[in-house]
Design a protein around this ligand. Structure first.
Ligand code: SAH
Length: 360
């Protein structure tokens, strides 16, 4: 729901100030539409239905994985695709994976989102409407900004949405914003955000040479600077920053690299989440001999294979030996392309003509 439009419409009608809050309370608690808001006069409900779309997004398709994960493809009013995912766990955790942009201007070589055309930044309302959609289906209690896009390129709108998530049942402590380490946004986050929102850093390599090869954005901001900025966040908030590390066989998963990662991070400020690599469309998992991509050529998805379980365990062991907490992330929703790095809705050519990738 576009809150600015809602407030403007109520103001125009001369409604009392509490109306916007009433509408929001119903919406945040999962009401199906204005019709359900029984403490609003009927005429007002009808008028709002006509003037303020209940959601800024329309649902295009929804798929459910064999593990219960739900992936929804939405469209913005101007036709941009946006995906979001709901993951349910046996312990009652219901976690949303939200998108901050339609597509992503970055081109991390292992991630499907970077292969689709970049659309635009999403507004806070469009981000929140992803969460509200799932709130109408079920109670929710965790959110990660790990869908499409780079949150630190759209920080104000991301924070605008994150700050309202508690009304939907998701506390700040259960909200995580993930970044490649886009330094201007990251610095602002560390300086300005007072709420206990968790920070996650998608690192994926222990040194600049390898990281630049698999994540071109690294050319902009050296590893040491982004790690120092995240350590500052951990120091100031006394909460560990999560390091995301996707395990690519023969690329970044050796014991030696685990030790280099441990030396880079130190034992006080980080917790490492090892993510099994999820194959992305166009990648030839299993068809390639395992091994490092040729050093000269930039790595592409075709070169990647998931690390073996033994290799992941050995990597984790090295981190733990260096007193760095580490976990292996459960993979969810792979069969419906809803797992990490697999979100890449095809744009609808008629509504959203392909735009040139913005130059960053
Ligand atoms: N741009 C932000 C938010 C997206 S988070 C960021 O990168 O942090 C999405 C997470 O999934 C990132 O940690 C990303 O590196 C990871 N990921 C991308 N492609 C993946 C793949 N094919 N398999 C597993 N994880 C992947």
């Amino acid at each position: 729901m576009d809150r600015d439009l809602l407030e403007a419409t109520l103001r125009e009608r001369g409604e009392p100030d509490f109306r916007a809050r009433q509408v929001w309370e119903w919406t945040a608690r999962g009401a199906a539409g204005y019709e359900a808001m029984t403490n609003l006069p009927r005429a007002l409900r009808d008028e709002l239905s006509a003037a303020v779309p209940f959601s800024t997004l329309t649902v295009e398709t929804e798929r459910e994985s064999s593990d219960g994960t739900v992936k929804t493809l939405f469209r913005t009013a101007d036709g941009h695709p946006v995906e979001a995912v709901l993951m349910s766990y046996r312990d009652g955790r219901r976690s949303l994976c939200l998108s901050s942009q339609s597509g992503c201007p970055l081109t991390c070589t292992f991630c499907a989102t970077g292969t689709m055309a970049f659309g635009r930044n999403l507004t806070a309302s469009e981000i929140l409407d992803q969460a509200l959609h799932f709130r109408r289906l079920t109670e929710i209690n965790h959110a990660v900004f790990m869908g499409m896009g780079e949150p630190m390129l759209n920080l104000d709108e991301v924070l605008g949405a994150a700050r309202r998530l508690p009304d939907l049942g998701i506390t700040h402590r259960r909200t995580t914003i993930s970044t490649v380490g886009w330094l201007p946004g990251l610095t602002r986050f560390v300086d300005e955000v007072d709420e206990p929102i968790r920070l996650a850093l998608s690192l994926h390599a222990p040194d600049d040479e390898l990281r630049s090869r698999i994540m071109p954005v690294n050319e902009r901001f050296p590893i040491k600077e982004i790690v120092a900025e995240c350590a500052r966040q951990a120091g100031e908030t006394r909460r560990r920053v999560f390091v995301e590390y996707v395990m690519l066989a023969g690329v970044n998963d050796s014991r030696e690299q685990a030790r280099a990662l441990a030396a880079l991070l130190g034992r006080d400020h980080f917790k490492v989440n090892l993510i099994p690599y999820n194959p992305i469309a166009g990648s030839a998992v299993g068809a390639q001999p395992k091994g490092r991509p040729p050093a000269a050529a930039p790595a592409t998805a075709e070169h990647y294979n998931p690390s073996s379980r033994e290799q992941i365990d050995a990597f984790k062991y090295e981190l733990e030996k260096a007193h760095i907490p580490a976990t292996v992330r459960l993979t969810r929703g792979r069969d419906i392309e809803a797992a990490c790095g697999q979100l890449a809705a095809a744009p609808k050519p008629r509504l959203s003509p392909a735009r040139p990738r913005i130059h960053i």
